[in-house]
Design a protein around this ligand. Structure first.
Ligand SMILES: C[S@@+](CC[C@H](N)C(=O)[O-])C[C@H]1O[C@@H](n2cnc3c(N)ncnc32)[C@H](O)[C@@H]1O
Length: 318
């Protein structure tokens, strides 16, 4: 039986049921919810196999000046959309601290436990001149203009939002997420997105990175919450060339029944349940994605291997 508390909000149950019924998927965003979700993510980020995090952190540190140069002495609230363990939020707070007497940080996350972990790590490092607000929201559900507007009224007049760690590439519908963020921004605001890049020839290499215990533990968190024994199947990781995304699936070795509240779902041996997606883009894909969702790309930064990009963008008048 699903422990409702682990999925955190009542509204998640219908979405989970429809995802399982309609597309044999357990949306990845539910993984982060609950103590186990936050802990597994933290372990993954700290493992030596998670090179992406370090790459992004270096890109942030090396380009911080160029990123914040765009601000032209205006004052901004810092909004971290899905901070994970908060480690990548810290350099932004330090940078903002140079120009803002008080840094106003807002943390928006689907997982309360993840937000708590981020705040704990941030407070260990930053001891003064920092105000933190936390909000539990799902970026897929709708815009969160109520929060962003309130921040502008109560704190500084502009918002700088960060969406790091390939979070946008992990969503079932990245268009919807970007539109929801766009609907929460004014024309003077900025959004910084961190996304893994697509290198056409490296499919096998990309997929290989996912075959480690920490990734398996993270992507199977939801199976545990649903009472599915991990030993009743195996993990399959593939690169879907049509969708340009890595997909992690649970391939059943026997028939199972999943019970969620009063509903029962039968899955057969050989059925595959989608547990994870990770979209990989080129700069040109990103430019198109941003244009279609109402943004212009201001600057972008890529690492030497062209495997990761940080993209600074702003809303365009529609
Ligand atoms: C891939 S992790 C990235 C964490 C962090 N930004 C980093 O770079 O290490 C995704 C983060 O976004 C949150 N998240 C994922 N999907 C979400 C959604 N639909 N709505 C709100 N938060 C979400 C997760 O709880 C987690 O904190």
């Amino acid at each position: 039986m699903v422990k409702k508390k682990e999925f955190f909000r009542k509204e998640h149950i219908p979405e989970l049921i429809m995802a399982l019924k309609g597309r044999k998927e357990i949306p990845m965003k539910f993984e982060y919810i609950g103590k186990s979700g936050a802990e597994n993510w933290d372990k993954l980020v700290q493992s030596k196999h998670y090179g992406v995090g370090l790459k992004e952190l270096n890109l942030i540190k090396n380009n911080m000046n160029t990123i914040t140069n765009s601000f032209e002495n205006k004052k901004f609230n810092l909004i971290d959309l899905g901070p994970g363990n908060g480690i990548k939020t810290i350099p932004f707070i330090e940078e903002f601290g140079k120009t803002h007497n008080l840094v106003n940080l807002a943390i928006l996350d689907i997982s309360e436990e993840m937000a708590n972990l981020a705040v704990k790590n941030i407070k260990k490092k930053i001891k003064k001149n920092l105000k933190i607000k936390r909000y539990t929201i799902d970026f897929e559900e709708g815009n969160f203009a109520k929060i962003t507007k309130e921040l502008k009224k109560e704190d500084y007049p502009n918002n700088f939002l960060v969406l790091l760690g390939n979070t946008v590439g992990n969503q079932f519908d990245r268009y919807r997420v970007l539109l929801n963020i766009r609907g929460s921004m004014g024309l003077s605001d900025y959004l910084l997105i961190g996304l893994e890049m697509r290198r056409e020839k490296d499919y096998e290499k990309i997929v290989k990175h996912y075959h480690v215990k920490e990734v398996y533990d993270t992507i199977t968190t939801n199976l545990g919450k649903l009472g599915i024994d991990k030993n009743k199947g195996k993990i399959e990781i593939i690169y879907n060339k049509k969708k340009n995304q890595v997909e992690g699936k649970f391939v059943l070795a026997e028939d199972i029944i999943i019970k969620i509240e009063k509903e029962k779902f039968k899955f057969k041996r050989g059925d595959k349940i989608l547990l994870m997606i990770s979209y990989k883009a080129t700069i040109s894909d990103l430019r198109n994605l941003l244009a279609e969702t109402g943004y212009k790309m201001i600057k972008y930064f890529v690492d030497k291997e062209k495997s990761y990009a940080l993209v600074l963008c702003q809303p365009i008048p529609l």
